[in-house]
Design a protein around this ligand. Structure first.
Ligand code: ZN
Length: 89
């Protein structure tokens, strides 16, 4: 058992992002990976607005870490995959 200073939420199977590369801590794909996307959609199924806010904050942090990456590509990766549901308002 090795326990570092990392927050314990980084459990295996968590599919949490690993900065500064923003790869998935569980499967190693670009974050959010397919598994994480499924989970996020499920988690925020009743509150798509909050999902957008969350992903927006991730995008902001990732933009800071991944300066070499084109902004459009990052936006597509972090936010572009979210299906547009019917507008309620
Ligand atoms: Zn993953």
């Amino acid at each position: 058992m090795t326990r570092g200073a990392e927050p314990s939420e980084q459990a295996s199977g968590e599919h949490a992002p690993v900065a500064p590369d923003w790869t998935c801590g569980s499967c190693g794909h670009d974050w959010p990976c397919d598994t994480k996307r499924d989970r996020l959609l499920h988690e925020y199924r009743a509150d798509r607005a909050s999902l957008s806010v969350y992903l927006g904050s991730c995008l902001a942090a990732a933009s800071h870490d991944l300066r070499a990456a084109p902004t459009a590509a990052l936006q597509d990766r972090f936010i572009g995959w979210v299906p547009r549901g019917p507008r309620i308002a």
